[in-house]
Design a protein around this ligand. Structure first.
Ligand SMILES: [Zn+2]
Length: 706
């Protein structure tokens, strides 16, 4: 299924009309129902297939409930292909599909205590019980997975798909470290089991991934949910692995014993089933789930979590309430759409509307110009929001944002405020289109845009904004890690004219620093100590601290490993870079360009003369030993207590003399160096008769002879 841009625009506008008015004038009920179905299909496609929704989950639910309400009122207009009659789908042509052993239904949603009370009434009626025990657990916001274990081994992992059938993502799931590839189900009498869970990314790791993607010039991931769901469905398992996905298991869906009989009953209830999974090595929401005796207790627990969702390391968008007892679950049964023994309690949408006042343009360390919307300060899930990144020009165009617009904002992924849309029917006609500048707002150089990049960039390396941002990055934790030297200090010294480029950081006059307001001898001394310490950072850090476009930490490390001195890179040709696995032509060209600029070379030379390390540390460099080294090609082993030096130092000496340290006495051993109280190794070497045995002094004499 594909939609053209025109179709998408129409469907989006129509969705807004339904969301704002609840109906569309001039069409009859049948047409309204058909339109709502089309909209829901479209939004499901954006959500499940593209992982890129254009409306919030809450808005989707509003549309869905409108349709469900109409269908309830006019049952003869209900059709089997209505989205309300099936579960939604993320199936594409790209993966093999597999059939789940038990269909993965979605959950019915509730939004308030009243909904939960009704749910409880229905459960008690269906089971004819006075009291029901519920288990309440967080509703993780990620990508759903179904795992099949057979004879204790993980044999298949699949996405939820359309609920009946999902996509086979086994190789990707195998990279998820929290999923045991083997689990001792047989010990509990199970032969084949199917488990359900949610693949998620921790919020802090999500932010890290985006920082790295930004460094590499890749498009940023929208939020942890999309990153996890998208990560499960990449074609390249190593990409899944990079995202540090974890999986929480929250459901034991199916389990048979070796005679093919249902064995799930042996566990009796959901809570015990999860405890068993935890013992088998699965990650369950152990500290976050609770058994509740009454619906009031359930409501209290949901409220408690709504209050602390922000501080929880994972994204959750609600709680799930399940009848604990398996037999009672059975009595409740399911509809075609959802189980009757469980319900989701959705937290309040973290949305607000505010006014877009103006747009500022920030120039980053590699010159990327980022538009930032200044909005009327507004409270959003407990935080005051006044600036929101607009990412790039396309974002502004696609959302048709204008100055003066009322905009709907959301804390996407609990982390970053995000503009969902502008409310264009609230426009007065006074709104001003946002014209992306074509010149750098700081140095006025014409901006350039690379065809496969989203950002406009200021190409002037000497641009004051870039110079400052590069220095701010240089001193930061991610680069040279100069303790106590934050962006405020860089700005201050820059304004004072003390910092013109990175080299100046290493020739500060600390007497002048001490005389500054807010400083003193002591703090100037501390700053000096930090700067001095940074001079000894390994060259991989130095390389990545230079803000060369696309040259991140990893690429810096790979390149640093291959050079003895940073300035050797002046002589590197494209092929030298491409010989390194994982270094691509774009990074290579950027590094070549950087080292072709005389000013950059001069800056690095100055840094070296100021004491900054530009040389490869000895231990990082692979040893190159000449053939006439005294122990060239020999294997060596030390035993007993050495008198003149430690074991490590001796091994290093041996290596420098061309020997290879090995750990056992065997036919492969050439030399055994014997310290005091040598034991079985000496006896064994003597027995072999082929090993040359040296005292510590004899060893030192040979090594020092070179
Ligand atoms: Zn500029």
């Amino acid at each position: 299924m594909m939609y053209s841009p025109e179709q998408q625009k129409k469907l989006y506008a129509l969705s807004k009309e339904y969301l704002e008015k609840g109906e569309v004038g001039g069409v009859d009920m049948q047409q309204q129902i058909e339109q709502l179905r089309e909209l829901i299909n479209y939004h499901e496609w954006r959500y499940y297939v593209l992982n890129d929704p254009v409306i919030s989950d809450y808005e989707y639910d509003v549309l869905y409930k409108q349709l469900a309400a109409h269908e309830a009122e006019y049952p003869d207009l209900k059709t089997p292909d209505s989205p309300t009659q099936r579960v939604s789908s993320d199936l594409t042509q790209e993966f093999e599909t597999v059939t789940h052993l038990v269909p993965m239904l979605s959950l019915d949603n509730s939004y308030n205590a009243g909904d939960l009370v009704k749910f409880d009434e229905q459960v008690r009626k269906l089971t004819a019980r006075e009291k029901i025990e519920y288990v309440v657990e967080p509703k993780f916001d990620g990508g759903s997975i179904a795992l099949l274990y057979d004879h204790d081994k993980l044999v298949r992992a699949a996405t939820r798909g359309n609920g009946e059938r999902g996509e086979d993502i086994t190789p990707n799931a195998r990279t998820i470290k929290t999923l045991p590839l083997r689990a001792a189900f047989k010990k509990f009498g199970f032969q084949t089991v199917e488990l359900r869970g949610e693949a998620v990314i921790r919020k802090d790791i999500f932010l890290q991934i985006n920082e790295e993607r930004e460094e590499q010039g890749l498009t940023l991931l929208a939020n942890p949910r999309n990153s996890a769901a998208g990560g499960l469905r990449t074609k390249d398992p190593s990409e899944t692995a990079k995202r540090s996905i974890e999986a929480f298991i929250f459901q034991f869906g199916y389990g048979i014993d070796n005679s093919g009989k249902n064995h799930l009953d042996s566990l009796q209830n959901h809570y015990d089933a999860l405890q068993m999974l935890s013992r088998l090595g699965f990650k369950i929401p152990a500290g976050q789930m609770k058994r509740c005796k009454t619906i009031d207790e359930v409501i209290d627990f949901c409220n408690e979590w709504e209050g602390k969702r922000e501080t929880f390391p994972y994204e959750i968008d609600g709680m799930v309430i399940k009848v604990n007892d398996f037999a009672l679950q059975e009595m409740c049964g399911t509809t075609s759409h959802h189980p009757r023994w469980a319900i989701a309690y959705k937290f309040k949408a973290k949305q607000a509307t505010t006014k877009l006042l103006h747009v500022e343009y920030q120039v980053g360390k590699v010159g990327s110009v980022t538009p930032v919307a200044k909005v009327q300060p507004v409270q959003l899930a407990g935080v005051t929001v006044s600036s929101i990144s607009l990412h790039n020009e396309d974002f502004i165009k696609n959302k048709d944002l204008r100055i003066g617009d009322t905009v709907l904002i959301e804390r996407a992924g609990d982390v970053i405020p995000y503009i969902v849309k502008s409310m264009d029917d609230l426009r007065t006609g006074e709104e001003i289109p946002i014209n992306f500048p074509n010149h750098c707002p700081v140095c006025h150089t014409p901006l350039v845009r690379h065809e496969d990049e989203a950002a406009w960039r200021c190409p002037n390396m000497q641009c004051a904004a870039q110079v400052k941002q590069r220095m701010i990055f240089h001193v930061s934790k991610d680069a040279m890690d100069i303790d106590g030297f934050g962006h405020k200090l860089v700005e201050r010294f820059y304004e004072l004219g003390w910092l013109k480029n990175i080299a100046d950081i290493y020739r500060l006059d600390y007497e002048k620093v001490a005389a500054l307001e807010g400083f003193g001898e002591k703090s100037a001394e501390n700053l000096k100590k930090s700067v001095e310490a940074a001079k000894h950072q390994p060259i991989q850090r130095l390389l990545s601290s230079l803000s060369i476009h696309h040259l991140g930490k990893r690429a810096s490390k790979l390149i640093a490993e291959k050079v003895a001195h940073v300035l050797d890179l002046r002589d590197w040709k494209l092929d030298d870079f491409l010989d390194i696995k994982d270094i691509g032509p774009v990074v290579a060209e950027n590094v070549i360009d950087f080292f072709a600029v005389p000013e950059n070379i001069r800056m690095l030379e100055e840094m070296e003369s100021l004491g900054v390390n530009l040389k490869q540390a000895e231990e990082d460099k692979p040893q190159e030993v000449s053939a006439d080294a005294p122990l060239a090609g020999m294997t060596i082993l030390f035993t007993g207590t050495l008198q003149q030096m430690g074991r490590k130092a001796a091994q290093k000496l041996a290596e420098e003399a061309g020997a290879k340290n090995i750990s056992a006495v065997s036919g492969n051993l050439d030399i055994l160096v014997v310290g005091e109280k040598a034991g079985s190794k000496l006896t064994k070497a003597q027995k072999l008769g082929t090993v040359r045995i040296l005292s510590e002094q004899e060893f030192l004499d040979i090594v020092n002879s070179a």
